[in-house]
Design a protein around this ligand. Sequence first.
Ligand code: NDP
Length: 342
Amino acid sequence: MAKQKTAVIIGVTSQDGSYLAELLLSKGYKVVGTLRRTTSMVHENIEHLKGKIILEAADLIDPESLNKVMITHQPDEVYNIASQSVPGDAWTHPFYTGEVTALGPVRVFEAVRHFCPNARVYQATSREILGGVTGVDRANESTPIFANNPYGIAKAYAHMMVDCYRKSYGMFVCAGILFNHESPRRSLHFVTRKISMGVACLKLGIKNPPVNEMGEPLVDAQGKLHLGDLNARRDWGYSKDYVEAMWLMLQQSEPKDYVIGTDTNFSIKDACKAAFDHVGLNWEEHVISNAKLLRPTEITDMRGDYSAAKRDLGWEPKVFMKELMEIMVDSDIEWLKNHQVK
Ligand code: NDP
């Protein structure tokens, strides 16, 4: 019988980390998930996994904690999913973003290099490393890196270190250059979840909605949902689809980086229309653009050309924007009912 494989997921509380843990459990892995040490005992995305996975405390700014996980568990596969992942916060926290999102992955690579050098490593790169690229409709693995915000620049550093560790040490490290992906487990910092939660609140007539990152109600007393640039466009896929691509990358004979996207893109307005239409509301009566939520620089408009992933990994997206927004709205309606939000 084949030996059971062990996977470490750095950042298991994330939307991707939690779906990845489910996928790896279904494939028979022993799953070790790391979370940050906080005073909270509640981790909504992984409550249902407690008891099925091993939890360890580790922080990307604390190399000792990462070393300990590798020494203790001797993983076959390591997925670095964690990062300061909110592009908007990267302008207000540029030092922290650099520490966590740029240098954090290098601490993971070093921990693997010293303590479990045969482990295969996945690094969560973002399409934001291409945020300033113009004149390109469809990005692929050869599109030159040109990041234009602190988050994208931090991710670009980590991404280039992936190739450096492959070439310098012969390690099996690969990066997924992932376009935006969403799910009911997306945090409320991000526009798709704001839309789905806002729609759910309006549909149920909630008087005390959850608050946004400015500490203000997601939907104001006039029934308006505040968003940033409504014309910004994104290639949105489904997190549950994307974690399969991560796993597939680590099953190949050679480590390579892949673009993962849907090869479509839509505006924030399009996503609003899909979500509001789903519950019979008119988005134009409820959505406003709030200048406080605009980014200092927007990323340029591109789709993710996943043809290399399709060819080599047999991977294709299954869920596209409209269905995704509907899944998220339905889930948020259930969430508000289950949490008895009034
Ligand atoms: P989330 O925003 O849901 O989660 C981020 C994770 O990082 C959380 O588990 C968080 O822990 C953890 N984390 C933050 N800071 C630290 C730290 N200092 N040490 C250890 N852990 C930390 O991420 P997603 O699931 O959306 O994305 C997963 C990864 O993919 C991220 O690296 C993200 O940047 C990247 N990415 C995401 C895309 C997307 O559209 N979702 C697109 C491309 C890349 P805690 O729960 O304690 O906050």
